[in-house]
Structures are given as C-alpha cells and as structure tokens.
Design a protein around this ligand. Structure first.
Ligand code: CTP
Ligand code: CA
Length: 216
C-alpha cells in the first residue's frame, strides 16, 4: 500500500529504528515483558523505506512481518541484546528512532532450571537494564535523534524531561492506552521548545508525520 504521495525525502539517509517489546528471561520457560505490539515502530520502518531511507530495524519479539524495503532487519530478545545490536550500527546512522518498549529491569539471577513453586511468597530481585536511548544521546555525532515517551499521566511534563535528559531532537509523547491500538494520538515536543499536537490517526499515517520532522 502506497500511502505517501510525496517525494523521497529520506533518500540515501541511514535510519536506525528500535521496535517491539523486549523479553527478560526468568528461567527457561518464563520471562518479564509488556504489551507492546511493535506496530508503531514497524510503521515508521515501512514509511522510512518508502521515503527512500536505508532502514536498520532492530526489533524485539512481535507477530509482525518485516516491512517491505527494510534493508537490515535484526531480531533480538532482551534489552541487553537490543543495546548491543544498536551500538554496533549507531555510529554510521543519519537518524535514529527509539520506539521499542524496552524492559527497564531484568532479573538479577537467571535460573537455568525451571523454578519450582513453594508454599511461601516468591521474591524476584531485579537489576536495571541499560537505557539504550540515553546512550544514543550520549554518543550522538550527527544523528537526528527521536524518542518516545509512554505515559499514563503528566504527559507533557514527563516527555519534556526525557527529551532533555536523553539529549533528543524530538520526542513523541503518547498515552499508554494506545499501546495495543492501530491508532495513536501524540504530541511532538522539539528541542527548541515548540510543540505540535497531532490528532488521533492510524499509526501508518502518523509515521509519515513524525518522519517529516527529521532535519539533517
Ligand atoms: N528506552 C530505551 N531503553 C530503555 C528504556 C527506554 O531505549 N532501557 C527508550 C524508549 O524506547 C523510549 C524512551 O526511551 O524511546 C522513553 O521510554 P519510557 O519507558 O517512556 O521512559 P523511561 O526513560 O524508561 O522512564 P520511565 O519508564 O520511568 O517513565
Ligand atoms: Ca521505561
């Protein structure tokens, strides 16, 4: 489906996109994760490819198929794997978009055997995962860097804080209620302090509205 009538505004630009959820293994059969479907990130990858970009898509588990035109598809599972893969490709990119719902924590000690239930309470000790987007902000050379903020409250305030802390050029503020929807309603916040409210629309269409804001 050709959604964009416009010219190939990202021709020959290298764009890295993270998408989907991560899964943090607890034991051989269990993991910690979240409800992200990957739709927003895959829509961005598809739209960027249609606009002529050379797309590297680093994806956690999803039920989606690789979008047409994506040059480099890298499948990962955990946040650490996503971090390692992103860092391998980041330096040479012209832009990067962190759309993945990365688990903030992993289990401190992975159990190689399937954990048995007991009669008393169960305590899982968790360790922080690396913040992939924060590291991209620190290592920025020429990249136009876009992040997402998934919030259930205080959207503008939280998104503004993340924009600054992670050294981003643009942040897409969205409510977690849209996480499993094929629509999204977002606010774009730019480094220069400006704000763009985008009405609710299909994630495929929203992708083009986000990519339009990339400046090299
Ligand atoms: N992100 C990332 N690596 C992480 C956590 C988040 O790259 N370990 C990225 C997400 O892809 C998103 C942005 O950081 O682009 C914000 O993610 P979000 O979960 O909204 O914010 P956090 O910084 O993790 O803070 P909190 O969850 O406490 O609100
Ligand atoms: Ca988080």
């Amino acid at each position: 489906t050709e959604l964009n009538p416009i010219e190939k505004s990202l021709n020959n630009k290298k764009i890295l996109i993270t998408a989907g959820r991560t899964e943090e293994a607890v034991d051989p059969v269990r993991y910690l994760s979240n409800r992200s479907t990957g739709q927003m990130g895959y829509s961005l990858a598809s739209a960027a490819a249609q606009l002529g970009a050379e797309v590297t898509l680093v994806s956690g588990p999803t039920n989606l198929s690789v979008p047409e035109g994506v040059k480099n598809f890298l499948q990962v599972r955990s946040a650490q794997e996503m971090f390692d893969t992103v860092m391998e490709y980041y330096d040479s990119q012209d832009a990067a978009i962190a759309c993945a719902a990365v688990a903030d924590y992993k289990v401190k000690e992975y159990s190689t055997h399937k954990i048995k239930k007991k009669d008393d309470d169960m305590v899982l000790v968790l360790d922080r995962n690396p913040d992939i987007l924060y590291e991209m902000g620190q290592k920025k050379n020429k990249q136009f860097l876009i992040g997402f903020a998934a919030e259930s409250e205080n959207l503008i305030e939280n998104a503004t804080r993340k924009l600054q802390k992670k050294n981003l050029d643009l942040i897409v503020g969205n409510l977690v209620t849209y996480m499993q929807s094929s629509n999204n309603q977002v606010t774009l916040l730019k480094k220069d302090g400006s704000k763009i409210e985008i009405p609710e629309m299909k994630k495929q269409e929203l992708a083009f509205n986000i990519l339009k804001e990339i400046k090299f």
